[in-house]
Design a protein around this ligand. Sequence first.
Ligand SMILES: [Mg+2]
Length: 381
Amino acid sequence: MKITRVETFAVPPRWLFCRIETDEGVVGWGEPVVEGRAATVRTAVHELAEYLIGQDPMRIEDHWQMMTKGSFYRGGPVLSSAVAGLDQALWDIAGKTLGVPVHVLLGGPVRERVRAYSWVGGDDPAEIADAVSAQVEAGFTAVKMNACGRMNRLATAADIAAVVERAATAREVLGPDRDFAMDFHGRFTAANARRVLPHLAPLSPLFVEEPVLPEYTHRLGDTVAASSVPIATGERLYSRTEALPALQAGIAVLQPDLSHAGGISEVRRMASLAETFDVLLAPHCPLGPISLAASLQVAFSTPNFLIQEQSIGIHYNEGAEMLDYVVDREVFRFEEGHIRRPLGAGLGIEVDEKAVREADGIAPDWHNPTWQHADGSFAEW
Ligand SMILES: [Mg+2]
């Protein structure tokens, strides 16, 4: 079997899909994208495709090595995301060729259903109580929200009170048997995080995410030590090597993104590395159906998996939803906040190729908002 063609599709709301075709008619799908840099990643995918055309798609690891290391300069979100999508598509082809789901190729299922959480509250969280209630009614047992909007470099008393108030509201609606997680989105300085975390500890969040930016991972140890709140990070870490210092700093949860961190191949290895630190895996996934399908294949075969992010109803999905591009929507049906094990071959979804081809070219040129502090200087979004 040989790879004959690699295509890409930029689709609403802000996603990029890739499709690998073979001379035996087996087709694989992947989702190689960095949010806000879809066009750049698209170019990287087509550069890598020059190597892939004519190759045997079943040599996934060999191709992963070539794609990540073959050009001398390596790493970073653009290349790692391009490789990630192509890697997903190669695993999809392997599973379809052998007639089994990818998680069977990864050692078989270790669970029968996967717990997922929903997003509430948007970029600048408001009206948390109603949003959390709606998710509880929909059956979810966990939600995640941003801790705040724009945050002062050193929080005011009002800033701190607002974060704690939001967490307390969520806890009140959820009761003691459900969970909430809070995403600091790198908006906090290490000092802010140290001050706020002890106030959140009595509310028992499942975890607090990205309390400091990845470039300050060397401060993560202080943040972990500041309270008993479990610390999560990883959506902006693209390999085992980048995850290692965070694991050594004492995080509780590692959150690599299947569409950013080298795909199924590398995230699987990051999960194993995390296991040696007694750290749990919660794949980051605010993206589309292929990225979620790839995440689920890892979730079902990874012993130290905790919970899955998913984007249905997320505030970024304007103009299209995750289910718009799949034929059988039942695969992503939630029961009691869980997804059942997908039994289909490969990634376990059937991509609606007609819908994807029609949507290609009408994707908005999505970029994240940029924020300023009150004095006009750059603020973290
Ligand atoms: Mg996050």
